[in-house]
Design a protein around this ligand. Structure first.
Ligand SMILES: Cc1ncc(COP(=O)(O)O)c(C=O)c1O
Length: 382
Protein backbone atom coordinates (compact mmCIF):
# COMPACT_ATOMS: atom_id res chain seq x y z
CA UNK A 1 0.00 0.00 0.00
CA UNK A 2 1.22 3.50 -0.88
CA UNK A 3 1.82 5.50 2.31
CA UNK A 4 1.12 9.23 2.29
CA UNK A 5 2.27 10.70 5.58
CA UNK A 6 1.94 14.28 6.76
CA UNK A 7 5.60 14.99 6.05
CA UNK A 8 8.81 13.35 4.93
CA UNK A 9 12.30 14.15 3.66
CA UNK A 10 13.59 14.35 0.10
CA UNK A 11 17.18 13.12 -0.33
CA UNK A 12 18.71 12.92 -3.82
CA UNK A 13 21.95 11.55 -5.33
CA UNK A 14 23.79 14.84 -4.74
CA UNK A 15 22.98 14.64 -1.04
CA UNK A 16 24.17 11.04 -0.87
CA UNK A 17 27.39 11.88 -2.72
CA UNK A 18 28.08 14.76 -0.34
CA UNK A 19 27.78 12.46 2.70
CA UNK A 20 29.87 9.69 1.10
CA UNK A 21 32.63 12.21 0.27
CA UNK A 22 32.87 13.06 3.97
CA UNK A 23 32.99 9.37 4.90
CA UNK A 24 36.06 9.08 2.65
CA UNK A 25 37.69 12.20 4.10
CA UNK A 26 39.86 12.79 7.19
CA UNK A 27 37.13 14.21 9.45
CA UNK A 28 33.81 12.63 10.35
CA UNK A 29 33.18 15.25 13.02
CA UNK A 30 34.76 18.58 14.11
CA UNK A 31 36.05 18.99 10.54
CA UNK A 32 35.60 21.71 7.90
CA UNK A 33 32.02 20.89 6.85
CA UNK A 34 30.55 22.16 10.10
CA UNK A 35 31.76 25.74 9.63
CA UNK A 36 30.93 25.53 5.91
CA UNK A 37 27.33 24.65 6.78
CA UNK A 38 27.19 27.42 9.38
CA UNK A 39 28.52 29.96 6.87
CA UNK A 40 26.01 28.82 4.22
CA UNK A 41 23.12 29.17 6.68
CA UNK A 42 24.38 32.57 7.87
CA UNK A 43 24.57 33.77 4.28
CA UNK A 44 21.07 32.46 3.52
CA UNK A 45 19.35 34.12 6.49
CA UNK A 46 21.63 37.18 6.45
CA UNK A 47 22.77 36.77 10.08
CA UNK A 48 26.35 37.47 11.20
CA UNK A 49 26.76 34.16 13.02
CA UNK A 50 25.25 30.67 12.95
CA UNK A 51 26.09 27.79 15.29
CA UNK A 52 24.82 24.32 14.37
CA UNK A 53 23.76 21.76 16.97
CA UNK A 54 22.94 18.07 17.18
CA UNK A 55 19.20 18.88 17.07
CA UNK A 56 16.76 21.76 17.41
CA UNK A 57 16.12 21.02 21.08
CA UNK A 58 19.84 21.33 21.87
CA UNK A 59 19.87 24.58 19.87
CA UNK A 60 16.99 25.95 21.98
CA UNK A 61 18.71 24.83 25.19
CA UNK A 62 21.93 26.58 24.14
CA UNK A 63 20.09 29.76 23.12
CA UNK A 64 18.17 29.98 26.40
CA UNK A 65 21.41 29.38 28.30
CA UNK A 66 23.16 32.09 26.27
CA UNK A 67 20.71 34.76 27.51
CA UNK A 68 21.23 33.50 31.06
CA UNK A 69 17.81 31.92 31.67
CA UNK A 70 17.92 30.56 35.21
CA UNK A 71 15.71 29.11 38.00
CA UNK A 72 14.67 32.59 39.16
CA UNK A 73 13.19 33.41 35.73
CA UNK A 74 9.91 32.95 33.89
CA UNK A 75 9.73 32.71 30.11
CA UNK A 76 6.66 33.16 27.94
CA UNK A 77 5.83 30.88 25.05
CA UNK A 78 2.96 29.34 23.10
CA UNK A 79 1.23 26.11 24.11
CA UNK A 80 0.76 25.19 20.43
CA UNK A 81 4.28 23.94 19.86
CA UNK A 82 6.39 20.84 20.23
CA UNK A 83 7.25 20.23 23.90
CA UNK A 84 10.91 21.03 23.19
CA UNK A 85 10.24 24.79 23.10
CA UNK A 86 9.14 24.70 26.71
CA UNK A 87 11.25 21.77 27.93
CA UNK A 88 14.49 23.55 27.00
CA UNK A 89 13.62 26.21 29.59
CA UNK A 90 12.79 23.55 32.20
CA UNK A 91 16.31 22.12 31.67
CA UNK A 92 17.60 25.44 33.07
CA UNK A 93 15.13 25.44 35.96
CA UNK A 94 13.06 28.34 34.57
CA UNK A 95 9.25 28.51 34.66
CA UNK A 96 7.27 28.39 31.39
CA UNK A 97 4.28 30.74 31.17
CA UNK A 98 1.83 29.98 28.37
CA UNK A 99 0.00 32.67 26.41
CA UNK A 100 -3.02 31.72 24.32
CA UNK A 101 -2.91 31.58 20.51
CA UNK A 102 -4.69 33.14 17.54
CA UNK A 103 -7.57 30.93 16.43
CA UNK A 104 -6.55 31.01 12.75
CA UNK A 105 -2.72 30.96 12.63
CA UNK A 106 -2.11 29.00 15.85
CA UNK A 107 0.62 31.56 16.66
CA UNK A 108 0.96 33.24 20.04
CA UNK A 109 -1.62 36.02 20.44
CA UNK A 110 0.56 39.10 20.76
CA UNK A 111 -2.32 41.11 22.28
CA UNK A 112 -2.32 38.73 25.28
CA UNK A 113 1.41 38.80 26.01
CA UNK A 114 1.65 41.93 28.16
CA UNK A 115 -0.82 40.69 30.78
CA UNK A 116 1.47 37.68 31.44
CA UNK A 117 4.65 39.72 31.95
CA UNK A 118 5.85 39.86 35.56
CA UNK A 119 8.99 41.09 37.29
CA UNK A 120 10.44 37.61 36.72
CA UNK A 121 9.87 37.44 32.94
CA UNK A 122 13.27 37.17 31.27
CA UNK A 123 12.47 35.82 27.84
CA UNK A 124 9.73 35.32 25.29
CA UNK A 125 9.86 32.56 22.70
CA UNK A 126 7.46 33.09 19.78
CA UNK A 127 7.00 29.96 17.64
CA UNK A 128 6.39 30.49 13.91
CA UNK A 129 3.80 27.73 13.86
CA UNK A 130 3.51 25.71 10.63
CA UNK A 131 5.95 28.11 8.92
CA UNK A 132 3.73 31.20 9.28
CA UNK A 133 5.67 33.99 11.01
CA UNK A 134 4.46 35.66 14.18
CA UNK A 135 3.87 39.44 13.86
CA UNK A 136 7.35 40.16 15.21
CA UNK A 137 7.24 43.95 14.98
CA UNK A 138 4.12 44.07 17.20
CA UNK A 139 5.64 41.59 19.61
CA UNK A 140 8.84 43.61 19.79
CA UNK A 141 6.86 46.79 20.54
CA UNK A 142 5.16 45.05 23.48
CA UNK A 143 8.18 43.43 25.09
CA UNK A 144 10.99 45.94 24.49
CA UNK A 145 9.42 48.31 27.06
CA UNK A 146 9.98 45.57 29.66
CA UNK A 147 13.57 44.72 28.70
CA UNK A 148 12.66 41.15 27.83
CA UNK A 149 14.82 39.06 25.47
CA UNK A 150 13.28 37.41 22.40
CA UNK A 151 14.36 34.07 20.93
CA UNK A 152 12.41 32.91 17.89
CA UNK A 153 11.58 29.23 17.61
CA UNK A 154 11.72 29.04 13.82
CA UNK A 155 11.96 25.24 13.71
CA UNK A 156 8.96 25.31 11.31
CA UNK A 157 9.94 28.38 9.38
CA UNK A 158 13.18 28.07 7.41
CA UNK A 159 12.45 29.71 4.05
CA UNK A 160 9.63 31.90 5.40
CA UNK A 161 9.60 35.69 5.32
CA UNK A 162 8.20 38.25 7.75
CA UNK A 163 7.45 41.45 5.80
CA UNK A 164 10.66 41.95 3.79
CA UNK A 165 12.91 39.94 6.08
CA UNK A 166 13.86 36.29 5.89
CA UNK A 167 13.00 34.39 9.05
CA UNK A 168 16.41 33.72 10.58
CA UNK A 169 17.65 37.29 10.36
CA UNK A 170 17.34 38.38 14.00
CA UNK A 171 15.80 41.80 13.35
CA UNK A 172 13.37 41.72 16.29
CA UNK A 173 15.10 39.08 18.41
CA UNK A 174 18.41 38.04 19.92
CA UNK A 175 18.51 34.62 18.29
CA UNK A 176 16.56 32.45 15.86
CA UNK A 177 16.47 28.67 16.24
CA UNK A 178 16.01 26.03 13.50
CA UNK A 179 15.58 22.24 13.35
CA UNK A 180 16.67 19.91 10.56
CA UNK A 181 14.57 16.89 11.52
CA UNK A 182 13.45 14.92 8.41
CA UNK A 183 9.94 16.42 8.31
CA UNK A 184 11.39 19.96 8.22
CA UNK A 185 12.25 21.97 5.09
CA UNK A 186 15.81 20.68 4.93
CA UNK A 187 17.23 17.76 6.86
CA UNK A 188 20.47 16.53 8.39
CA UNK A 189 18.77 13.49 9.97
CA UNK A 190 18.87 15.17 13.35
CA UNK A 191 20.19 18.71 13.55
CA UNK A 192 19.56 22.28 14.57
CA UNK A 193 21.01 25.78 14.42
CA UNK A 194 20.97 29.17 16.10
CA UNK A 195 21.39 32.40 14.12
CA UNK A 196 22.44 35.62 15.86
CA UNK A 197 24.04 38.98 15.13
CA UNK A 198 25.70 39.14 18.56
CA UNK A 199 29.33 38.06 18.85
CA UNK A 200 28.92 37.67 22.60
CA UNK A 201 25.96 35.27 22.22
CA UNK A 202 27.81 33.46 19.43
CA UNK A 203 30.72 32.71 21.74
CA UNK A 204 28.41 31.49 24.49
CA UNK A 205 26.66 29.16 22.03
CA UNK A 206 29.99 27.69 20.88
CA UNK A 207 31.12 27.09 24.45
CA UNK A 208 27.86 25.40 25.44
CA UNK A 209 27.98 23.05 22.41
CA UNK A 210 31.37 21.71 23.44
CA UNK A 211 31.22 20.90 27.20
CA UNK A 212 32.06 24.53 28.06
CA UNK A 213 35.56 23.85 26.72
CA UNK A 214 37.64 26.47 24.93
CA UNK A 215 41.05 26.46 23.26
CA UNK A 216 41.27 30.26 23.24
CA UNK A 217 41.34 32.97 25.90
CA UNK A 218 42.22 31.04 29.05
CA UNK A 219 41.52 31.77 32.69
CA UNK A 220 44.82 30.12 33.74
CA UNK A 221 48.21 30.22 32.06
CA UNK A 222 48.47 27.81 29.12
CA UNK A 223 50.63 24.72 29.86
CA UNK A 224 51.47 24.23 26.17
CA UNK A 225 50.00 23.59 22.71
CA UNK A 226 47.77 20.75 24.00
CA UNK A 227 46.11 22.99 26.57
CA UNK A 228 42.35 23.61 26.74
CA UNK A 229 40.07 24.74 29.52
CA UNK A 230 36.58 23.87 30.65
CA UNK A 231 35.21 27.18 31.86
CA UNK A 232 31.49 26.39 32.16
CA UNK A 233 29.28 23.33 32.34
CA UNK A 234 28.29 22.57 28.74
CA UNK A 235 27.14 19.59 26.69
CA UNK A 236 28.20 17.53 23.69
CA UNK A 237 25.69 19.05 21.28
CA UNK A 238 27.88 18.85 18.16
CA UNK A 239 26.67 18.15 14.63
CA UNK A 240 28.89 15.79 12.59
CA UNK A 241 30.60 16.55 9.28
CA UNK A 242 28.42 13.93 7.55
CA UNK A 243 25.33 15.75 8.72
CA UNK A 244 26.78 19.15 7.85
CA UNK A 245 27.60 18.00 4.31
CA UNK A 246 24.02 16.78 3.94
CA UNK A 247 22.81 20.13 5.26
CA UNK A 248 24.93 22.10 2.76
CA UNK A 249 23.56 20.02 -0.10
CA UNK A 250 19.97 20.26 1.16
CA UNK A 251 20.21 24.03 1.66
CA UNK A 252 20.96 24.43 -2.06
CA UNK A 253 17.50 22.96 -2.72
CA UNK A 254 15.61 25.00 -0.11
CA UNK A 255 14.13 27.42 -2.67
CA UNK A 256 12.79 24.49 -4.68
CA UNK A 257 11.42 22.83 -1.52
CA UNK A 258 9.53 25.93 -0.41
CA UNK A 259 8.19 26.57 -3.92
CA UNK A 260 6.83 23.01 -4.06
CA UNK A 261 5.17 23.38 -0.66
CA UNK A 262 3.49 26.56 -1.84
CA UNK A 263 2.30 24.76 -4.97
CA UNK A 264 0.81 21.97 -2.84
CA UNK A 265 -1.02 24.61 -0.79
CA UNK A 266 -2.48 26.06 -4.00
CA UNK A 267 -3.77 22.57 -4.92
CA UNK A 268 -5.40 22.20 -1.50
CA UNK A 269 -6.91 25.67 -1.76
CA UNK A 270 -8.43 24.86 -5.15
CA UNK A 271 -9.97 21.63 -3.83
CA UNK A 272 -11.00 22.89 -0.40
CA UNK A 273 -12.43 26.33 -1.27
CA UNK A 274 -15.97 26.56 0.21
CA UNK A 275 -15.89 23.00 1.56
CA UNK A 276 -18.36 22.22 4.37
CA UNK A 277 -15.93 20.30 6.62
CA UNK A 278 -12.70 22.21 7.13
CA UNK A 279 -11.42 25.72 7.77
CA UNK A 280 -8.22 26.20 5.84
CA UNK A 281 -5.19 28.35 6.76
CA UNK A 282 -4.50 31.70 5.14
CA UNK A 283 -1.40 33.88 5.20
CA UNK A 284 -1.70 37.19 7.02
CA UNK A 285 -0.65 40.23 4.97
CA UNK A 286 2.77 40.39 6.68
CA UNK A 287 3.56 36.72 6.10
CA UNK A 288 5.21 34.59 3.44
CA UNK A 289 4.79 31.13 4.92
CA UNK A 290 7.19 28.30 4.16
CA UNK A 291 4.31 25.89 4.95
CA UNK A 292 6.05 23.34 7.14
CA UNK A 293 2.54 22.06 7.91
CA UNK A 294 -0.75 22.31 6.08
CA UNK A 295 -2.78 22.74 9.24
CA UNK A 296 -6.56 22.66 8.74
CA UNK A 297 -9.32 22.83 11.37
CA UNK A 298 -12.46 20.70 11.44
CA UNK A 299 -15.62 22.78 11.54
CA UNK A 300 -17.60 22.48 14.77
CA UNK A 301 -20.09 19.86 13.47
CA UNK A 302 -17.30 17.48 12.44
CA UNK A 303 -14.98 17.63 15.45
CA UNK A 304 -16.62 14.52 16.92
CA UNK A 305 -15.56 12.56 13.84
CA UNK A 306 -11.84 13.29 14.05
CA UNK A 307 -10.85 9.93 15.52
CA UNK A 308 -12.90 8.01 12.94
CA UNK A 309 -11.42 10.12 10.13
CA UNK A 310 -7.85 9.45 11.31
CA UNK A 311 -8.48 5.71 11.64
CA UNK A 312 -10.19 5.33 8.28
CA UNK A 313 -7.61 7.44 6.41
CA UNK A 314 -4.85 5.32 8.00
CA UNK A 315 -6.52 2.22 6.49
CA UNK A 316 -6.05 3.92 3.10
CA UNK A 317 -2.38 4.64 3.87
CA UNK A 318 -3.01 8.35 4.60
CA UNK A 319 -1.31 9.26 7.87
CA UNK A 320 -2.34 12.63 9.24
CA UNK A 321 -0.97 14.13 12.44
CA UNK A 322 -2.17 16.66 15.00
CA UNK A 323 0.00 19.67 15.88
CA UNK A 324 -0.18 20.02 18.82
CA UNK A 325 -1.56 18.78 22.12
CA UNK A 326 -1.17 22.03 24.14
CA UNK A 327 2.12 21.57 25.98
CA UNK A 328 0.67 22.13 29.46
CA UNK A 329 -1.90 19.34 28.96
CA UNK A 330 0.80 16.65 29.01
CA UNK A 331 0.93 14.66 32.25
CA UNK A 332 4.39 15.98 33.14
CA UNK A 333 3.19 19.59 32.97
CA UNK A 334 -0.02 18.71 34.80
CA UNK A 335 2.14 17.36 37.62
CA UNK A 336 3.96 20.68 37.67
CA UNK A 337 0.59 22.30 38.41
CA UNK A 338 -0.57 23.70 35.05
CA UNK A 339 -4.36 23.56 34.83
CA UNK A 340 -6.44 22.54 31.82
CA UNK A 341 -8.39 25.62 30.67
CA UNK A 342 -5.60 28.22 30.94
CA UNK A 343 -5.45 28.73 27.15
CA UNK A 344 -8.97 27.97 25.84
CA UNK A 345 -8.27 28.95 22.23
CA UNK A 346 -5.25 26.65 22.10
CA UNK A 347 -7.37 23.81 23.51
CA UNK A 348 -10.04 24.48 20.88
CA UNK A 349 -7.33 24.63 18.19
CA UNK A 350 -6.10 21.21 19.34
CA UNK A 351 -9.62 19.72 19.15
CA UNK A 352 -10.04 20.92 15.56
CA UNK A 353 -6.55 20.70 14.09
CA UNK A 354 -5.32 18.14 11.54
CA UNK A 355 -2.10 18.38 9.53
CA UNK A 356 -2.67 17.20 5.96
CA UNK A 357 0.23 15.78 3.92
CA UNK A 358 2.73 18.31 2.57
CA UNK A 359 6.21 17.36 1.36
CA UNK A 360 8.37 17.68 -1.73
CA UNK A 361 7.44 14.41 -3.43
CA UNK A 362 3.67 14.79 -2.96
CA UNK A 363 1.85 14.94 -6.32
CA UNK A 364 -1.36 16.69 -7.36
CA UNK A 365 -2.95 13.23 -7.64
CA UNK A 366 -1.97 12.50 -4.02
CA UNK A 367 -3.57 15.76 -2.88
CA UNK A 368 -6.76 14.96 -4.85
CA UNK A 369 -6.84 11.50 -3.30
CA UNK A 370 -6.44 12.82 0.25
CA UNK A 371 -9.11 15.49 -0.21
CA UNK A 372 -11.57 13.15 -1.92
CA UNK A 373 -11.21 10.54 0.85
CA UNK A 374 -11.84 13.25 3.49
CA UNK A 375 -14.94 14.38 1.58
CA UNK A 376 -16.19 10.81 1.17
CA UNK A 377 -15.75 9.91 4.83
CA UNK A 378 -17.13 13.13 6.31
CA UNK A 379 -19.94 13.18 3.69
CA UNK A 380 -21.33 9.90 5.05
CA UNK A 381 -24.29 10.43 7.33
CA UNK A 382 -23.76 9.07 10.84
C1 LIG B 1 8.42 24.12 17.07
C2 LIG B 1 9.53 23.15 17.36
N1 LIG B 1 10.47 23.49 18.26
C3 LIG B 1 11.50 22.67 18.55
C4 LIG B 1 11.63 21.43 17.95
C5 LIG B 1 12.75 20.54 18.33
O1 LIG B 1 13.57 20.23 17.25
P1 LIG B 1 14.34 18.81 17.18
O2 LIG B 1 13.33 17.75 16.91
O3 LIG B 1 15.31 19.01 16.04
O4 LIG B 1 15.03 18.64 18.48
C6 LIG B 1 10.68 21.04 17.01
C7 LIG B 1 10.80 19.73 16.35
O5 LIG B 1 9.89 19.07 15.99
C8 LIG B 1 9.60 21.90 16.72
O6 LIG B 1 8.65 21.56 15.84
Amino acid sequence: MRIISYGRQYVDDDDIRAVVDVLRSDFLTQGPKVKEFEDALAEYVGAKFVVVFSNGTAALHAAYNAVGLSPKDEFITSPITFVATSNAGLYLGAVPVFVDVEADTGNIDVSKVEEKITGRTKLIVPVHYAGHPVDMERLYDVVQRHGIRIIEDACHALGARYKDTRVGFPLYSDMVVFSFHPVKHITTGEGGAVATNSECLYKRLLLFRQHGITKHRFVNLSDGPWYYEMQELGFNYRLTDMQSALGISQLRKLGMFVEKRRQIVSWYEKLLGNNPYLDIPKEREYAFSSWHLYSVRLKEDYIGRKRELFERLAEDGIRLQVHYIPVYMHPYYQKLGYKVGICPIAEDFYRKEMSLPIYYLLTEDDVCYVVSRIHEILGEQV
